[in-house]
Design a protein around this ligand. Structure first.
Ligand SMILES: [Zn+2]
Length: 279
């Protein structure tokens, strides 16, 4: 007997399969934890510009956040957190750093069981912690890799954003076949989509996922804060301003509710904790 397509994914049902059309009758619900690996006492100290042409909120603290998604595929991590030995030494000072595996352990997950790390972009606070995930593949937009390894790196201001130890680390991951390059939008798993938006960096991607509360979006650095999203106000560091603004539109158009579009550096998310389930 031919197995029914309904039996291929436990907990999932397809309707219309016989008609050649597959529609999910049950959302693949994911939970999301925000994990704050470190923080700066103010945006001034962080070196990050929260808003384009604005000093508003610059005295507020900044969180450096990575994400744990749990769902039908098991635990998936978004960004790596940072590694204090890989970032600029002066930047690492005074950040109340906690190693990403210790934060994951608080949610009952071991870093070495993570098989998939989605990388929103290559900035040091998002992609210097790859050594913490020895068994993971890293899902990266092709445009991001090409930019940071391409001819524009002749400009010191750009090249200096990739720390010296990251390039050999990245080469090692590539040689081990642990980098999965994506070119554009992609449904990575049922109910979990990668949205290539560029803007902040050429290959920045957001993650859209089904949750019990509806469709949520992890914006990466398209939005540092809820204010970026609420006021439709782009962050102050970008490669393409038009794409950055369009990405804010896309985050809001994709999320079921505005408060399900999550920024990447807002301490408000954490409610005073280092590990916080947000949905
Ligand atoms: Zn960032």
């Amino acid at each position: 007997m031919t197995p029914s397509p309904l039996t291929r994914f436990p907990g999932w049902g397809y309707v219309g399969a016989a008609l050649g059309e597959r529609k999910l009758t049950m959302a693949a619900n994911h939970s999301v934890h925000a994990m704050m690996v470190g923080m700066s006492e103010s945006w001034w100290r962080s070196g990050i510009m929260p808003c384009l042409r604005s000093d508003v909120d610059r005295d507020k603290p900044v969180g450096y956040i990575f994400w744990l998604i749990d769902g039908p595929q098991g635990p998936i991590v978004v960004d790596t957190g940072y590694h204090p030995d890989y970032v600029a030494p002066e930047w690492a000072q005074g950040k109340q750093f906690i190693e990403p595996p210790k934060l994951l352990a608080q949610a009952g997950v071991k870093a070495d069981q993570i098989k998939t790390v989605i990388v929103t972009h290559f900035h040091q606070d998002h992609f210097t912690g790859f050594d913490y995930f020895p068994n993971a593949k890293f899902v990266i937009q092709k445009a991001e890799l090409e930019f940071w390894t391409g001819p524009k790196m002749r400009h010191k201001i750009l090249d200096s954003q990739i720390r010296p130890k990251v390039r050999p680390g990245l080469e090692k991951l590539l040689s081990e076949g642990r980098v999965e390059l994506i070119d554009g939008d992609r449904e990575l798993y049922p109910g979990l989509d990668l949205l290539k938006v560029g803007g902040h960096t050429p290959g920045s991607q957001m993650i859209a996922l089904d949750t019990a509360a509806g469709k949520a979006v992890l914006c990466g650095d398209i939005a540092y804060t809820f204010k970026n999203i609420r006021d439709h106000h782009p962050v102050g560091w970008y490669y393409d301003l038009g794409d950055t603004v369009a990405a804010l539109d896309r985050a809001l158009a994709t999320a079921s509710r505005p408060d399900l579009a999550f920024p990447n550096h807002d301490v408000e998310l954490m409610q005073g904790k280092r590990v916080m389930r947000v949905v």
